[in-house]
Design a protein around this ligand. Sequence first.
Ligand SMILES: Nc1ncnc2c1ncn2[C@@H]1O[C@H](COP(=O)(O)OP(=O)(O)OP(=O)(O)O)[C@@H](O)[C@H]1O
Length: 245
Amino acid sequence: MKTPAAVNAERVSKAVGGFPVLDEVCLDVGPSEIHALIGLNGAGKTTLMRILLGMLKPDRVSVHLARIPVFDSPAQVWSRVGQMLETPFAYPELTARENVYCSARLHGMRREAADLATRRALSDLGLERYARQRVGTLSLGNRQRVGLAAALVHGPDVLVLDEPTNALDPRGVIVLRRLLREACRDRGAAILVSSHHLDEVSRMADRISVLHRGRIIGSLQPGTVDLERRFFDLVLHSDLHEQGQ
Ligand SMILES: Nc1ncnc2c1ncn2[C@@H]1O[C@H](COP(=O)(O)OP(=O)(O)OP(=O)(O)O)[C@@H](O)[C@H]1O
C-alpha cells in the first residue's frame, strides 16, 4: 500500500540561541502539488525543511508527514520520502552511480530494482557520462544533479528540496521542472521546494508561500506578472508592521 503523500506543519516555532528563527509557521503540501517556499537569505526556509524532515525538533511539535506525526513516522513512511537539503546526499569518495544506488537501497529498494532505477535516475539527470566518476571530483552543478538523482531514484511520494536549482544550468532547470511535474502527475507526489528565484518558481509551482523573518507573510500566484513587486510589497509591509509594534 502506498503511503498517503502529504506534509503538514501547524504553528511550528523554533528559536536558536534565544533568537526566533520560525514563528508559528503553518504550511501544507497536498498530493499532486508543488508548493514553493520563497524568502530572502536567512528567512528560515532550510530550518523549516529540516523540521519537516524530522532532522530538527521544533519548540512546539505539530508536524505531520504522510499524516503521521513526523517523530513517530516509521521507516515505511521515510522510504517514500526524498530530500535534498543544503548539502546534497553524496559521499565524495563514491562514484555518482554508487551514490544514487546507495540512496535507492537505503530507501528500501531491492538490488535489481535499485540498479534499474539508478540507471534511469542517472539518465534523467544527464549524468551517464559521469556515472563512474567520484562525486568529490564533479563540478558543483553535477554534484547537485547527483543529489537530485539520489532524492528521486526511489520514486518518492513526498519530496522536500532546498534550493534544488541553485547550481543547475538552464537545461538542468528545465529537466528538473519536467521530472517534478511527472512525479506530481504520475504518482501524486507532494513536493516542497525552496528557492530565491521568482521566475523559476512561477513556472514550476502550483502555490508559492513567502517566508520572511521566520513567518509566512503571504502567498504569490504562480504565472502572474509583477511577482517581484508583489514579493517586495509583502516584505516591506511585514517590516513596517514589525517596526510599528
Ligand atoms: N544552528 C544554528 N545556530 C544559530 N543560528 C541558526 C542556526 N540554524 C539557523 N540559524 C539562523 O536561523 C536563520 C534562518 O536560517 P535558514 O538557514 O533556515 O535560512 P534560509 O531561509 O534557508 O536562508 P538561505 O536562503 O540563506 O539559505 C538564520 O538567521 C540563521 O543564522
